[in-house]
Design a protein around this ligand. Sequence first.
Ligand code: KMH
Ligand code: ZN
Length: 277
Amino acid sequence: MPAPTLITVAPTGAETAKADVPQLPTTLEELVETARRCEQAGAGLVHVHVRDPEDGHRPTLDPVRLRDTVQALRESTDLVVQLSTGGSVHDPLERRLTVLDAEPDSCSLTCGTVNFGDDVFLNPYPFMSELYVQAQEQQVVPEFELFDLGHVAALRRLLDQHGLPYGGKVHVDFVTGVPGGMPGTVEALVAGVQALPEEVTSWSATGIGRAHLPVAAAALAMGGHLRVGMEDNLLYARGQQVQHNAELVERAAGLATTMQRPPMTPEQTRELLGVKD
Ligand code: KMH
Ligand code: ZN
């Protein structure tokens, strides 16, 4: 029986400007349409950064917009809804903690500070620890984002200090190829997977930019899961812009199916991650 593949779609992110890439889904309507098409194409989880169309489509952590977004995605799809707690590099830590109040199924939890191009993506241990405990209390399943090999040590510390997350599963996502983080190479991915704590029950990987395809292929071959989307990659191929996130999900689903690991359903995704029904 082939092990199915979780395909996460990260459709928007916080870094790309709508003015530069008009097809980036930034309004609620665009996000819902994107999520629907990506679900049909094989996605099981949507990783969401909310934008404010009334503020130049910039990233926002406005609690009403976050709550409305979670609700709209739940009403329109069966996807597991994951809100980013990473936000943008400019968001204060206190605001990032309030994301959980929107009651998503899952939240991202980055396991350490990392250089992020010319910026710094700040994740001090007390912040991670507080987010971890609040996620436990609010029954939100964290996805541990590892941008660097050292982030594995912080994950180890979180598990030792606080026990298992809500749901009892430990899912991590390697975000490779960020300028300043671990490179988007097979070698880096292998090193990361080998270093994972034994409590980890599943892992996925994404490669930023040109690392997208090699990292996806390596992750599939190693038994991992996939994250794709315009948060991570704006080019479908050299000189060819992504027009819709569903293109990336369709390609990932094709790759996974060829590897005898077809996309898993949202229901299977809930089971994999320990998300509540
Ligand atoms: N936008 C990045 C600074 C996450 O979603 O948790 C952080 C990020 C990670 O995208
Ligand atoms: Zn993100």
